[in-house]
Design a protein around this ligand. Structure first.
Ligand code: PGA
Length: 234
C-alpha cells in the first residue's frame, strides 16, 4: 500500500484529483469506479476545475459507481445518481456513466446485469473509495464473509444512522442498497482510497494495519497489489 499523508481535506482532494486526472491523461479510455459520500466531494470539485481549465478530458472515459439506494429514483435528491450528476457528471464530459438502477423491479437481476456491464467494459482501471466508520467500502458492511459480486444489501443500523444526516428523519433513510461486492472492488486494477476526519482515525488504523477480516471490510485492501491511500485524519 502506498499511504500518503495530506495536511487536510483540501490537500487530500487536490492529490486525489491529480491521480484521477493523471489516469485519464495516461489512458483516455479509462474505466473509473466512483464513490459518493462527503469524502470525495472536494475531489470532484477539483476534477471539474481541471476539466474547466482544459487540463484533462474525459470524453473517452466511462464510469461505474459503487452503489445506489434501493427504491430510490433518480429524481430523489438523495439518490446517488443525483449526487453524482450534481457534483461531477453534469460538469465534466464523461463518455458514459453508470450506477446500479435502484428502481429495478428485480434487484438481484440488476446486480448480475451491473456486474456483467463492468466485465464487458473490461473492468475498472481506477476505483475511488471512501470508508465508513464501521470499515465498510461501498455498502459492504461488516460480515462473516467477503461479498463476491454486486449484491442487494440490507444496511446496518450504524450506516443508516450515518446517512440520517441527509434526511428529515431516520425513518426516511433507505434500508437497502445495491452495491458492488468486495470481489468487484478487488478486481479493479488500481484503487485510490480517501480517508478524511479525526473520527476516521481509528477505523483507518484497523483497516490499513489491522488483521484482514470481513468484520473490517476495507482491511481486504491490504491484499490488493495497487492501492494508494490518502489520509487526512489529523
Ligand atoms: P463519507 O462516507 O465520505 O460521507 O464519510 C464514506 C462511506 O460511508 O463510505
Amino acid at each position: 500500500m502506498n499511504i500518503i499523508k495530506a495536511k487536510g481535506y483540501d490537500e487530500m482532494s487536490k492529490m486525489a484529483a491529480a491521480i484521477i486526472a493523471a489516469q485519464a491523461l495516461r489512458k483516455p479510455a479509462s474505466v473509473f469506479g466512483f464513490a459518493t459520500g462527503s469524502t470525495p466531494v472536494g475531489t470532484y470539485r477539483e476534477l471539474v476545475r481541471l476539466f474547466g481549465e482544459g487540463l484533462v478530458d474525459f470524453s473517452r472515459a466511462v464510469t461505474f459507481n459503487l452503489d445506489e439506494y434501493a427504491g430510490c429514483p433518480a429524481s430523489d435528491p438523495n439518490s446517488y445518481v443525483a449526487f453524482m450528476r450534481g457534483n461531477l457528471f453534469d460538469k465534466a464530459n464523461f463518455k458514459a456513466s453508470y450506477l446500479p438502477d435502484g428502481m429495478a423491479p428485480n434487484p438481484a437481476a440488476e446486480c448480475l446485469r451491473y456486474e456483467k456491464a463492468i466485465t464487458e467494459a473490461e473492468g475498472i482501471d481506477l476505483q475511488l473509495l471512501g470508508i465508513g466508520h464501521n470499515g465498510h467500502i461501498g455498502f459492504n458492511e461488516p460480515d462473516d464473509h467477503f461479498a463476491f459480486a454486486t449484491q442487494h444489501i440490507k444496511l446496518t443500523d450504524s450506516t443508516i444512522d450515518a446517512n440520517a444526516r441527509f434526511y428529515n428523519s431516520r425513518d426516511e433513510v433507505p434500508k437497502y442498497a445495491l452495491s458492488m461486492g468486495i470481489g468487484t472492488i478487488m478486481n479493479a486494477r488500481g484503487i485510490l482510497m480517501l480517508i478524511s476526519g479525526a473520527d476516521k482515525r481509528e477505523i483507518a488504523e484497523k483497516a490499513l494495519h489491522g488483521p484482514v477480516t470481513p468484520r473490517v471490510p476495507a482491511s481486504i485492501l491490504q491484499m490488493h497489489p495497487d492501492v494508494t491511500v490518502i489520509l487526512a485524519v489529523d
